[in-house]
Design a protein around this ligand. Structure first.
Ligand code: XMP
Length: 513
């Protein structure tokens, strides 16, 4: 796929993926590469521009990540952000020093709009808020640079060498708190690098479909469909590309949310693919009989998933390609090459050993999660699948604390359904990133009518997060919690108490097991 490329050179900052996502929001394809990437390799990639990320180090510490001065002489425009800005100054002969007053958070910044980074943003005023996070600053700029922004404590909050197309900002334009930040990135890409913005999901779908067609020819393709966003979008793409040469095996382990198995099946009913649903609940329940340890549950389900998948795959016979729903963050996090294995371990417990296939296809390997959703919409996948919140591979089995029984599964499905309904009714389903119910193994005393009850305690969990690595509990209004709680205890037999989980991650995890 030939798209104009921009490289985000990673110096270890926490917002690196965010920078890459912002570049793509501007319609420009970009890849994150290590700062150690040899200059020769960068030249071969022929990028339109390079962005240096931030990082936790100080440039004057000898062990800090650095870069050869050569990179500034190959004629490719560069934007340095935070640490990247210090590095540009340092390597080109300027002076970086510890700040007299560090800046952290929203900072009033004065911009010189004759600099194209800011002047190229329509309606941008001379003064606006930027997001700062630094203890070093540029004390002296290298020769040929001029300061293009300042704050009360930072005389060089941005600098440029227009002739050499080198730009640097002390603040983080990729963070939402920086007003006009996305516009600045867009201006760098379009006005400095000359990018045309050809990265759209429409274009991507077209070329990805062609690529898959060319690769697969008349071959047979197999895909393990979980009902999650990634595997669903991969299935839709493959279906458009090779139609009924594709077989999707949907292993329903019985631990999906209420009606979910049927919803997944219905969503693919009109697609030109071979869709195999395996209702394997009894098989999974048998294996989990007497199991209450969380890790044993996870492993048992992961292994059984593979066994069921293999049994079905064998019926189809030898296939040429196996599709994996690997996405770009997996590729970045695991280092190129290892991604397929890591992802499948996480989702289904490992690659099937004796499904006979020649090669793996990963059609989403270049995409971020929000792009995967956009692609799904582009391909006409239903909202039920595209907007789905993350759901763990082992499903409700790890939301039932202790041993799993049919009765507990039914209780949890019903209660979880009510909670989801109430969240949606309150219009909170887009702002809360994950919300669900957990059936604790605890019973307590209650009173209903005139009688004593001794029933289960249900926990509600709802979190907001950007990356699911850390999370905050959602501040759901009390009246929404009240309605959900009252409906659950009234409508679901065997629950007489509802509690709300108010722990952040860390120290808790999002799931309870
Ligand atoms: P934790 O509980 O570790 O969860 O804070 C972080 C995110 O990962 C999801 N999760 C899983 N996803 N397979 C998955 O595909 C799994 O086995 C699994 N376990 C947890 C969890 O729902 C949350 O979004």
């Amino acid at each position: 796929m030939a798209h104009q490329l921009v490289i985000v050179l990673d110096f270890g900052g926490q917002y690196n993926q965010l920078i890459a996502r912002r570049v793509r929001e501007c319609g420009v394809y970009c890849e994150v590469r290590s700062y150690k990437t040899p200059i020769e390799e960068i030249k071969k990639l022929n990028p339109m521009g390079i962005i240096f990320t931030g990082g936790p180090n100080s440039v004057y510490d000898e062990k800090s990540p650095s870069i050869s001065v050569e990179i500034f002489n190959i004629g490719i425009p560069i934007l340095g952000i935070c640490y990247g800005c210090h590095l540009m100054a340092h390597v080109l002969g300027g002076k970086v020093s510890s700040c007299i007053t560090s800046e952290y958070g929203k900072t009033e910044t004065v911009y010189d709009r004759s600099c194209i980074l800011f002047g190229g943003v329509s309606d941008m005023p001379e003064k606006a808020v930027s997001w700062m996070s630094h203890t070093d600053y540029i004390l002296e700029m290298p020769a040929g640079f001029k300061s293009t922004a300042h704050t009360d404590n930072c005389p060089v909050a941005a600098m440029e060498n227009k002739e050499k197309k080198l730009y640097a900002v002390q603040f983080h334009p990729e963070v939402n708190h920086t007003e006009y930040g996305l516009g600045m990135i867009d201006s760098f890409l379009k006005n400095v690098c000359g990018c045309i913005g050809d990265w759209t999901m429409g274009n991507y779908a077209k070329t990805a479909i062609e690529d898959v067609r060319n690769k697969v020819g008349n071959g047979k393709v197999l895909l393990a469909l979980s009902g999650g966003v990634d595997s669903s979008v991969a299935a839709a793409l493959l279906s458009k590309a090779v139609g009924n040469q594709l077989t999707c095996i949907f292993v329903d382990h019985g631990f999906m949310r209420k009606n979910e198995g049927d919803e997944v099946e219905a969503a693919f009913a009109d697609w030109d693919i071979n869709f195999v649903r395996v209702n394997a609940k009894d098989q999974f329940m048998a294996k989990l009989n007497g199991v209450s340890d969380p890790e044993t549950k996870r492993k048992t389900i992961g292994e059984e998933f593979i066994r069921v998948f293999e049994q079905e795959a064998k019926k189809i016979g030898a296939v040429d390609y196996l599709v994996q729903g690997t996405i770009y963050p997996d590729v970045i996090e695991s280092g190129a090459g290892d991604a397929a294995v890591i992802k499948s371990h996480h989702n289904v417990g490992g690659l099937p050993d004796y499904v006979d296939f020649k090669e793996i296809i990963e059609p989403l390997r270049l995409l971020f999660k929000d792009e995967v959703r956009a692609l799904g919409r582009e391909l006409g996948l239903s909202n039920v699948l595209v907007d789905r919140q993350p759901f763990p591979g082992p499903g409700l089995a790890i939301r039932i604390i202790g041993e799993i029984t049919d009765e507990k599964l039914k209780i949890l499905q019903d209660a979880d359904y009510i909670f989801r309904e109430e969240i949606a009714k309150a219009g909170l389903d887009k702002s809360i990133h994950q919300y669900f119910a957990v059936l604790t193994n605890m019973r307590s005393v209650g009173v209903m009518g005139d009688g004593r009850t001794y029933d289960y305690t249900l926990a509600l969990r709802a979190v907001t997060t950007t990356d699911f690595m850390t999370a905050d509990f959602a501040k759901i209004p009390y009246d929404v919690l009240e309605t959900a709680s009252s409906r659950i205890v009234n409508e679901v037999k065997s629950i007489n108490r509802v509690v709300y989980d108010v722990t952040t991650k860390p120290p808790a995890t999002i799931e309870w097991e």
